[in-house]
Design a protein around this ligand. Structure first.
Ligand code: G2I
Length: 510
């Protein structure tokens, strides 16, 4: 079964969701947001690929209406970041408190979103009374906890992280009150108890640093292979995806997800974020965008990868600065809830063609061809087009394009020209600016702007023939220039960036 419809804004009835869940397909969590408006949301784009796109959230954030506007519209799935954990749901033995978790499931229901329950059995955020139990009493307490919590949320949680983070980074089992009392059997016991409490929920084991091939993912693979062979009710493996630009992208992520899928399991990216050292610069944000893109591509490359959840969508509510002082900027939107380059990269990886909705910034794209006959002479001649793929006119007064290149040796001042444009060259502005922190392939950019005017839906500016040279007319080597391409016909150019009021809306900066 696949969901290939372009729009999934209608929310399937509960019975349809359950049917999908029972069928055990990748579509189980693809209910759409109730009130998506404007351009397709991340979840719309993911749904068109048979996946969900979700975000973690937490109760204090739900009083921030600017935050909840986007949480409720852009995402089709939510995960409570803290409110279903043991210390919240059973702070004292036998005293259950579902108020915070219920607020999250209530928000999800009001917005047509599915919920991943997080988490039933974890060594962390565990109340002291559990650790203090005599080991002979731990199993009964664990089973009771699972029975009560999963039972309470039956019907409003589509999937559970039943067991969270069972491994150390070297692939050995992590000690916890559960492991200490039952050995690794606690995992099968927990899954069986969860299945008994909510037979319709998809049951996951979830961990971090298992995204790529390695000792820890090998250990997870051995564990779930054994559980599947024994007929233990496990439906999926969650790969948290807490990445950091300074540690590199996990090796072999798609192959790793695939080997779990080949066991007959669903896989999901459950807690994605990509942190970096602060302050975040353009280079870090661009690398981050490629990580987000590569995670989306890894998931889309595996049929049983059912969806992606970001560990909150904005830097404003990230766990990272609290846990890793000096690091942050890990999320798709910045502190002011503005989309970052990673957001555009995720949209593009999810197959955004910009169509379908009224023009938002995401409807603009740059196209490029080289008009140069020589890549080593004293002029650079980019041919550029700006296209509005959306359904409404775009005001051009705040729109700029950047073509990124290296000045090589010679003068550091430049002349720029417009040789031809159907808009009339006099309506275009153009200049060369130096980058304050140069990158491979780029230490300057040609910026093209429009004084005024508007671009009708579905139309292009037509070709804008730009040209630049150094004031000393020394030669360039264009072959290593970030935006340079050899193609002599126009094609979408993600390395030519587009901005609205200074904010990146198309492409990846160098
Ligand atoms: O640590 C990131 C995630 C790793 N995988 C499992 C997830 O459950 C975990 O989430 C985080 C939450 O996002 C944080 O919000 O888990 C942390 C605890 O391990 C959460 O942090 C805690 C703080 O440490 C507490 O001081 C705070 O009272 O959040 C609590 C509630 O805001």
């Amino acid at each position: 079964m696949s969901l290939t419809k372009r729009s999934t804004r209608r929310r399937p009835g509960r019975s349809a969701v359950l049917l999908l869940a029972v069928c055990g397909v990748a579509a189980a969590l693809t209910a759409g947001p109730a009130a998506a408006a404007g351009q397709e949301t991340l979840h719309d784009l993911a749904s068109a690929q048979g996946r969900y796109f979700g975000s973690a959230t937490d109760n204090p954030e739900l009083s921030d209406s600017a935050y909840t506007d986007t949480l409720g519209s852009e995402f089709g799935q939510i995960t409570p970041g803290n409110s279903m954990k043991w210390d919240t749901t059973e702070p004292q033995q036998g005293r259950f408190d579902f108020a915070r978790g219920d607020a999250i499931t209530g928000f999800a229901q009001a917005h047509g979103q599915t919920v991943r329950g997080h988490t039933l059995v974890w060594h962390s955020q565990l109340p002291g009374w559990v650790s203090a139990l005599p080991s002979a009493q731990v199993e009964a307490a664990m089973v009771n906890h699972i029975t009560e919590v999963a039972g309470h949320y039956r019907g409003s949680v589509a999937a559970w992280d039943v067991v969270n983070e069972p491994f150390n980074d070297d692939g050995t089992f992590r000690t916890s009150p559960f492991y200490d009392a039952m050995g690794s059997d606690y995992i099968a016991t927990a899954l069986r108890a969860a299945h008994a409490a909510d037979p319709d929920a998809r049951l996951y084991i979830n961990d971090y640093n298992t995204e790529g091939l390695g000792a820890k993912s090998d250990a997870m693979y051995d564990l779930v292979s054994g559980l599947v062979a024994e007929g233990v009710p496990v439906d999926g493996v969650g790969f948290q995806g807490h990445l950091a630009v300074q540690y590199g992208f996990p090796g072999g992520m798609r192959q790793n997800l695939q080997r779990f899928a080949d066991l007959g399991l669903d896989v999901a990216v459950t807690e994605l974020d990509v942190r970096m050292q602060l302050p975040a610069g353009a280079a870090g944000l661009a690398t981050q965008a490629t990580y987000y893109r590569d995670v989306v591509e890894a998931c889309l490359g595996v049929e049983r990868c059912v969806g992606i959840t970001v560990w909150d969508y904005t830097d404003k509510y990230s766990w990272v600065p609290g846990a890793f002082p000096g690091q942050g900027a890990a999320n798709l939107y910045d502190d002011n809830l503005r989309p970052k380059p990673a957001y555009a990269a995720v949209r593009a990886a999810l197959g955004d063609d910009g169509g379908g909705g009224p023009a938002g910034p995401g409807a603009l794209r740059a196209r490029y061809r080289s008009n140069d006959s020589s890549v080593s002479d004293n002029q650079i001649k980019p041919g550029l087009q700006l296209v509005n793929t959306g359904g409404a006119a775009v005001d051009l007064s705040g729109v700029t394009l950047r073509y990124w290149f290296t000045g090589d040796n010679g003068a550091s001042s430049y002349g720029t020209w417009c040789d031809w444009s159907p808009l009339g060259c006099s309506t275009l502005t153009h200049r060369v600016a130096a980058m304050s922190s140069p990158h491979t392939g780029a230490d300057h950019y040609l910026e093209v702007g429009f004084g005024s005017g508007s671009l009708a839906p579905g139309t292009s500016t037509g070709e804008m023939q730009l040209r630049l040279s150094k004031t000393d007319w020394s030669n360039f080597d264009e072959t290593d220039d970030y935006s340079h391409g050899a193609g002599d016909s126009y094609a979408d150019a993600p390395k030519v960036t587009v901005y609205v009021d200074g904010e990146l809306v198309w492409g990846l900066e160098p």
